[in-house]
Ligand binder design. Structure first.
Ligand SMILES: *Cc1c(COP(=O)(O)O)cnc(C)c1O
Length: 231
């Protein structure tokens, strides 16, 4: 089942790239495995997938310990400072940095362990109250502040778009994030690179790719609905 779903998602990605005149190699599919058992991740791994996303620090750590070490784990959830220790040196990219306080705490943990971390800054483009992330207009200032932290490397921006029936409704959200990344990139800030644009989920990843996403995060479309009761 996971493999069949992956085939469908990959074909949809291919079509979206064609429509947008983009090369398939520009888009990374992150299989969002949160709440899902190790067996399902193994099925995706056997199919060839190596990029997985988790939104709970402890769950990422537990899965990291038992699964092959060539998996690239993406941390996509809200990160509490006391959980940073679980994902440093385990996650290849932290998608969800949205405050200087959090960035400084990650920096501190990196210093302690003599390591570094790649991060994205999370932007709440739609300004939904229920979601984490910065306002568009506050993003540049935070990027500038974080750029001074020597053990952190900003690789780009991330957003979680609203849940909508028609993915077209999110097109302008994706376009605004892309524009912001171009604007920030043009400033050539030291230690800041805007090559990653993490946007698009099961309901809207094709539109996100048309608007420039480099990383799409697909959970339900690959692993099926999540049941938070039995997990
Ligand atoms: C759960 C989650 C996803 C995947 O959502 P689906 O709609 O199941 O594809 C993507 N991004 C983040 C940040 C998530 O928490």
């Amino acid at each position: 089942m996971v493999k069949d779903n992956l085939k469908i998602v990959e074909e949809n990605i291919r079509q979206a790239c064609l429509r947008a005149g983009r090369d398939l190699s520009e888009v990374t599919l992150i299989s969002v495995s949160k709440t899902k058992p190790v067996e399902m991740i193994e099925e995706a791994y056997e199919y060839g997938k190596r990029e997985f996303g988790e939104n709970k620090a402890q769950e990422l750590k537990e899965k990291y310990e038992v699964l092959p070490k060539d998996i690239r784990w993406h941390f996509i959830g809200h990160l509490q400072t006391n959980k940073i220790k679980y994902i440093i040196d385990r996650a290849c990219l932290i998608h969800s940095v949205d405050s200087l306080h959090l960035a400084e705490a990650i920096e501190k943990e990196c210093v302690k362990r003599d390591t570094e971390a790649d991060i994205l800054v999370e932007v709440n483009v739609a300004q939904e109250e229920s979601k984490f992330g910065l306002k568009l207009e506050d993003t540049l200032a935070l990027v500038q502040q974080i750029s001074r932290l020597e053990h952190l490397h900003i690789k780009g921006l991330m957003t979680i778009a609203p849940f909508v029936e028609d993915p077209e409704e999110n097109r302008s959200i994706f376009r605004q994030l892309k524009q912001l990344s171009v604007d920030i990139g043009a400033k050539n800030i030291d230690n800041v690179d805007m090559s990653v644009l993490s946007m698009g989920m099961t309901g809207d990843y094709q539109v996100a790719i048309e608007e420039g996403a480099t990383h799409v995060r697909v959970g339900t479309g690959i692993f099926g609905e999540r049941n938070y009761d039995i997990k």
